[in-house]
Design a binder for this molecule. Structure first.
Ligand code: ATP
Length: 514
């Protein structure tokens, strides 16, 4: 674990050093859990968004996008349940003065028991070799069974407490499980309290007339309250979907782990409207499709897993998370929820407006059911960054840090470099840049040795480097260097466009989903 912490620290400092992510307001010592994206970060982020947006709106002729406002009528948050129920249970340690989410402390304790089970299985697999029957071992080994029983009992107790909103019981679980504060190492805990995660501000110019409004904690509600506008003006027929990318704000109690948990972040959400009774089939379809979207990036299939929810939010009848293996464990990157007709029915009730859909095939009106896919741009960014980062030991004692970013997401697609700064090579290199820049983000670099220039591009994940040398002036060929293999080949300038395009376009990813 310590080694993974070390790697994570390096990734965070790499992200800053190479213009991906900066702490917000850094010259004023930063603002907790708020970050800015730098010159390379914004490109990577935009490419992630483009991949998601195009996969939704281009590949599905029944999905369209919108861009709704961050401020919305405050009653929306009453209707959605966020004013009354968007709470996290928090607990403080009196010695370290650190604040924690009580549910997270307990979930971590459950995860620790699960780790023990996995350790037993790994140990046995090593001991028994090829003859190891894992399924049988999991079913019969007394130590595994003991851990499982403990885990299940704890899980049940925790679910019951959460479902009942029983804060005293949550605290009691923390005490009974002897959970200690990771900072002070003590069990000197306060009571558990509820804390609403929404930020609020005032809209209007006079104190009397001002209205309390919230910064949206999710983008979904902007889609719900517009669904009928889109359906009617777009002549959409159920099933259909509405996609949106936008900022969301949550006053997170514990904001740690870099851009994993932020107070201002971005979501990519798609609400899919279906006939009542068909939602669970659609839930399954979207669950599979979203995992396929992730896997098409080639970060490693083994880095993903589903986590099906046993404790469902008040509005859901099925929910799963897609988790990704971060350096600090498997963590949620995306949620897929079957939200029933809860939100739309609530808006109908609170607004007093009829927002039913008329289904011409059934010749009846109903409130549609909704499947939602909700992914955090920043968490997605973090998963791409973490799985791409590598420190490589090269032959001859040399080292390099390389980001093996999926080429279609890389901030810079190619860098053009004259071998030397004279003899007409810079001019030739500029000519190539001027041709490629219309289609790809292209860098020109003539400073330092060629080796140093390659390293700089490796560090930001540029898939291709193009070197212009004296031979180029004679036969119009260049050296094309590949980031991951460092292999170099001689290619004609005329072929560059096609060679690069086939690998770096968002299309190349989208085609894998078709
Ligand atoms: P968590 O349990 O980690 O707090 P959540 O279940 O509350 O997350 P959702 O409400 O389902 O998250 O939001 C959908 C997605 O939005 C999440 O999968 C995540 O990628 C992203 N997200 C949620 N909260 C944050 C945050 N504070 N910072 C960054 N991304 C977030």
């Amino acid at each position: 674990m310590a080694q993974q912490d070390e790697v994570f620290k390096k990734i965070v400092s790499h992200a800053k050093e190479y213009g991906f992510v900066f702490p917000s307001s850094e010259i004023y010592d930063g603002l907790s859990a708020v970050y800015d994206y730098g010159q390379n970060g914004v490109e990577l982020k935009n490419n992630i968004k483009r991949y998601w947006w195009d996969s939704m709106t281009l590949l599905h002729d029944n999905i369209v996008g919108i861009d709704s406002a961050i401020f919305m009528h405050p009653t929306i948050w009453k209707a959605s349940g966020h004013v009354d129920a968007f709470n996290d249970p928090l607990i403080d340690n009196r010695d370290s003065k650190k604040r924690y989410r009580a549910d997270v402390l307990i979930e971590e304790a459950i995860a620790k028991i699960e780790e023990k089970i996995e350790k037993e299985v790994k140990k046995a697999a090593k001991r028994f070799g090829d003859s190891f029957d894992e399924a049988m071992f999991r079913e019969t080994n007394p130590r595994v069974l003991e851990h499982k029983a403990k885990r299940d009992a704890l899980h049940q107790r925790y679910s019951d407490a959460m479902n009942a909103g029983d804060l005293n019981e949550l605290r009691q679980i923390i005490l009974d499980e002897e959970i200690v504060c990771p900072i002070s190492g003590t069990r000197n805990w306060t009571e558990v309290r509820q804390f609403n995660l929404m930020f609020s501000t005032e809209m209007g110019s006079t104190a009397d007339g001002a209205m309390k409004v919230y910064l949206r904690p999710e983008t979904a509600q902007g889609i719900f309250v517009n669904y009928l506008n889109v359906q009617k003006t777009g002549r959409m027929r159920i099933p259909f979907g509405i996609a949106q990318i936008g900022k969301a704000f949550r006053n997170e109690i514990v904001a740690r782990q870099f851009i994993f948990r932020m107070r201002e972040f971005e979501q990519m959400e798609m609400q899919f409207f279906v006939r009542p009774g068909e939602e669970l089939n659609w839930f399954k379809t979207w669950k599979e499709w979203r995992l396929k979207w992730h896997k098409a990036l080639g970060l490693g299939d083994e880095k993903y897993r589903y986590h099906d929810h046993e404790k469902l939010a008040h509005y859901a009848n099925a929910a799963t998370d897609i988790e990704f293996q971060m350096p600090f464990g498997f963590k949620e990157v995306e949620g897929i929820h079957s939200r029933t007709n809860f939100d739309l029915s609530q808006h109908e009730k609170f607004s007093g407006k009829n927002i039913k859909y008329f289904d011409p095939e059934l010749n009846e009106s109903y409130v549609p059911y909704v499947i939602e896919t909700s992914i955090g741009v920043d968490r997605m960014f973090l998963s791409v960054l973490c799985s791409s980062y590598e420190e490589q030991q090269l032959e001859g004692g040399d080292k390099r840090v390389v980001l093996h970013l999926p080429a279609a997401l890389a901030p810079v697609k190619c860098a053009v470099m004259p071998l030397v700064k004279k003899d007409g090579l810079p001019e030739k290199a500029r000519e190539i840049v001027n041709d490629l820049k219309f289609d790809f983000s292209t860098h020109y670099d003539e400073k330092d040795s060629i080796g140093k220039r390659y390293r700089r591009q490796d560090a930001i994940g540029t898939p291709y480097c193009i070197t212009v040398d004296h031979q180029t002036l004679e036969d119009n060929t260049v050296t094309l260097r590949h980031r991951d293999t460092m292999e170099q080949s001689r290619v004609a300038i005329a072929d560059l466009h096609k060679l690069i395009h086939d690998n770096v376009s968002i299309n190349s990813l989208l085609r894998k989903l078709a």
